[in-house]
Design a protein around this ligand. Structure first.
Ligand code: OAD
Ligand code: ZN
Length: 252
């Protein structure tokens, strides 16, 4: 058996034993759908890095520039379809008693693939939130006719309904994720560079409470040494192999 086959067999065994699984995904899971990741070469936009644009300061300095970037990202996501990795996770959800899918992605591809128990940590790119009255508008127009967009209710400046660097993620949401990790037996960490908090620490929380952590990511990540099984392959290729329907799964 090759080293990879061995790891896949081990991972399958852990997943099959588990009745409660937490999955954390990042941009890598959507890479095979053609959605640019943040930190790859292709992730750069007109020489700006996400850290320079995805901040409240950048927005208030130049709302149009930040909206141009979001308009570009909405365009990049618009025609994307889920890939076999997204579908495999949706299938896994239907075969495990409890599965919580936590995603840092704002592209909506997990929903499209059929996953239902989804926690979007960083918001959703198809929503515009008013900076004054807080009204949230679902908007799928690409490109947007006016940048920056205005609130339909009060006419004030709209912003993407996403979480930026320097902004807090709601404590309720964090609590919900920590509780899910506490209750799971296995955590899967897929396609995330593991450097943006608080998502980056979720795997460590799982390890501190003795969960089995399995990472699937193309490149090295900072905390991989602490995880139980690390598979350096494309998620769209590995996940379908990991979760093919298994008649031996014991449902509780
Ligand atoms: P990154 O772009 O930082 O990392 C994507 C990871 O996926 C990298 O480690 C790649 O090696 C890996 N990868 C690429 N293609 C893959 C594939 N086909 N299969 C498996 N792995 C693959 O994206 P995130 O970690 O999601 O936050 O970034 C985290 C956050 O930083 C984002 O949610 C965003 C960003 O700034 C906000 O906007 C708040
Ligand atoms: Zn408003």
């Amino acid at each position: 058996m090759s080293e990879l086959e061995d790891k896949i067999a081990q991972a399958r065994q852990e997943i099959e034993k588990a009745s409660n699984i937490v999955v954390l995904t990042g941009a890598g899971i959507s890479a095979e759908s053609g959605v640019p990741t943040f930190r790859g070469q292709e992730g750069l936009w007109q020489n700006f890095r996400p850290e320079e644009l995805a901040t409240p300061d950048a927005f208030w300095n130049d709302p149009k520039l930040v909206w141009e970037w979001y308009d570009w990202r909405r365009n990049a996501v618009k025609d994307a379809k889920p890939n076999p990795g997204h579908y495999a996770l949706a299938e896994l959800e239907s075969s495990v008693p409890h599965l919580t899918l936590v995603t840092q992605n704002i592209d909506g591809l997990h929903q499209m693939a059929g996953s239902t128990n989804i926690t979007e940590m960083h918001g959703n790119i198809w929503q515009i939130r008013c900076t004054k009255c807080g009204e949230i508008e679902q908007n799928f127009q690409v490109p947007l006719p006016e940048l920056p967009p205005k609130c339909k209710k009060c006419g004030e400046l709209g912003r993407p309904n996403v979480v930026w660097f320097g902004e807090m993620i709601g404590m309720d949401l964090i609590d919900k994720i920590l509780r899910a990790i506490e209750e799971c037996q296995v955590m899967l960490i897929i396609g995330t560079s593991g450097i943006v908090e608080p998502a980056a620490s979720m795997g460590l929380v799982a390890k501190q409470t003795n969960k089995t952590v399995i990472e699937i990511n193309l490149d090295e990540t900072p905390s991989a040494g602490l995880y139980d099984i690390v598979i350096r392959e494309k998620s769209g290729e590995v996940l379908p192999v990991l979760f093919t329907s298994n008649p031996n799964r014991v449902l509780s």
